[in-house]
Write a protein that binds this ligand. Structure first.
Ligand code: ATP
Ligand code: MG
Length: 250
């Protein structure tokens, strides 16, 4: 059984076929990459996996269960969490609060226990803070914890977004162009973070334009163009594939 299996996925927007009969499989513990030129359909694949879009046809099988068309909330709860190509933080909230917000779908509290602060509420809240602090430590964000997220440099905001995603304790972390807007030093640091995340036992699915990052971090790649898979394999094999070279140069 695969960890995540995308089977014959098709997604249309009016007359446009954004994803065309796409299939790929991810194994547990992998760092798996999806690459392709602008507009190839990469983000749309993520939107289907995370439940933002319901594909026209095809299936998404997650740990043996069909999750196609399930709500984003349920999919996140089942352990798939993503970041966005364009950073989506609560810009007027602090870094710590943003990371805490990732815990919301984990909380088992009712509004009543929140109002009267039952012992159960307090325990849950403590656990939320503990998990948020773990991420602050992991991403070396302590110096910024109290800062307004929106006021921070882009590279830091990217880290906060990843920290928020990890605070939910996902099994699969989906990153949509995490290196976009980062300088070379930050990109190198990001590549180290991705390995460390994987070493925490989290499977990583990555969309990325930065070829150095893709080639250095991923173990397997799926290349798409016009919504269709044109190649898949190891980064080494992909780099020398004439179809891939043509798609990028053409
Ligand atoms: N909500 C939508 N409505 C209509 N068309 C859409 C929508 N979302 C995506 N598309 C179209 O689907 C195609 C695939 O878009 P998608 O954003 O998935 O590409 P991408 O590979 O992520 O590109 P990029 O590298 O620029 O982020 C594009 O032609 C895009 O214009
Ligand atoms: Mg995209």
């Amino acid at each position: 059984m695969y960890f995540l299996e995308v089977k014959n996925l098709t997604m249309r927007f009016g007359g446009l076929i954004a994803i065309d009969n796409l299939s790929f499989q991810i194994k547990e513990g992998q760092i798996f990459g999806i690459i392709g030129p602008n507009g190839a359909g990469k983000t749309t694949v993520f939107n289907c996996i995370s439940g933002i879009y319901t594909p026209g046809t095809g299936e998404i099988i997650w740990q043996g269960k069909n999750i196609t068309g399930k709500s984003p909330h349920l999919i996140a709860k089942s352990g798939i969490v993503r970041t966005f190509q364009t950073i989506r933080l609560f810009s007027h909230m602090s870094v710590a609060e943003n990371i805490m917000s990732g815990r919301h779908n984990k909380s088992r509290q009712s509004w009543l226990s929140g109002m009267i602060h039952t012992p159960f509420y307090k325990k849950d809240e403590k656990e939320n803070w503990f998990k948020a602090l773990e991420q602050i430590d992991f991403f070396d964000l302590a110096d910024y914890a109290a800062n307004e997220a929106g006021s921070l440099p882009y590279g830091i905001q990217r880290k906060v977004e990843m920290a928020r995603a990890l605070a939910t304790e996902p099994k699969l972390l989906i990153l949509d162009e995490p290196a976009a807007g980062l300088n070379d030093k930050e990109t190198e640091e990001l590549s180290g973070m991705i390995f460390k995340i994987r070493d925490r036992g989290i499977t990583v699915l990555l969309i990325e334009h930065d070829m150095d990052l893709v080639m250095n971090t991923t173990e397997e790649l799926c290349v798409i163009n016009f919504g269709r898979k044109i190649a898949e394999g190891t980064p080494e094999a992909i780099q020398n594939n004439p179809k891939v070279i043509e798609a990028y140069l053409g």
